[in-house]
Every structure is written in C-alpha cells, then in structure tokens.
Design a protein around this ligand. Structure first.
Ligand code: FES
Length: 102
C-alpha cells in the first residue's frame, strides 16, 4: 500500500532550480530540470550539505559544502568526496502538483 504525498506545486520550482520540502519524516529536494521534476533526499550523503542549495548544471547537482556532485536523475555520485549515492524518489506530476509515492 503506497501513500501519495504532495510536495509542492510545479510553479514553486523554477526551471534549473530546486526546492527543499519537509514532509512526514522526509527532507527532500525537488528539482526542475527543463520541466521534468526529480526528487532526492535533501541531505548530502557526505556531510551537512543541503542539495537544494547546491549548484545545478544540466542533470548534476554540486553540493555547496565540499563540491561533491550527484546525478539528479539517478542519485549516482558524479564527483568526490561523496561516495554514497543519494536516494531518489520517482516524482509524479498531476494537476500542477508534484508528488511522490512512498
Ligand atoms: S557535505 Fe556534501 S560534499 Fe561534503
């Protein structure tokens, strides 16, 4: 049984930016890459960095703490010092809202 959680409206996240959303037990980053929405954990897997405050280029986010990088679509590490992928959540867009199912 999955629960659908609304994170934000699509209008809340400009193209090429990210929004931090706290919901239930999760702290998430919602990314808008050219109109496609992606959701990851907001916390960098390397330390205290917040990925929603990182630098976004194409489909990569660079943590603003130690410049580690992750692929926003897959969560895979792109550049050290990060070693552990960041968790991703399939985003569902419906009626102008961005949702995840957990
Ligand atoms: S906290 Fe993100 S790279 Fe170190």
């Amino acid at each position: 049984m999955t629960t659908r959680i609304k994170l934000c409206n699509t209008d809340d996240v400009a193209v090429g930016s990210a929004l931090k959303v706290e919901t239930a037990d999760l702290v998430l980053a919602v990314f808008n890459l050219g109109g496609q929405f992606y959701v990851t954990d907001d916390a960098c897997t390397h330390g205290p960095g917040s990925l929603s405050e990182g630098y976004i280029e194409d489909d990569v986010v660079e943590c603003n703490f130690h410049n580690g990088q992750f692929n926003i679509r897959t969560g895979e590490v792109v550049a050290p010092p990060c070693m552990v992928p960041v968790k991703t959540y399939p985003a569902v867009v419906e009626d102008g809202g961005v949702y995840i199912e957990v």
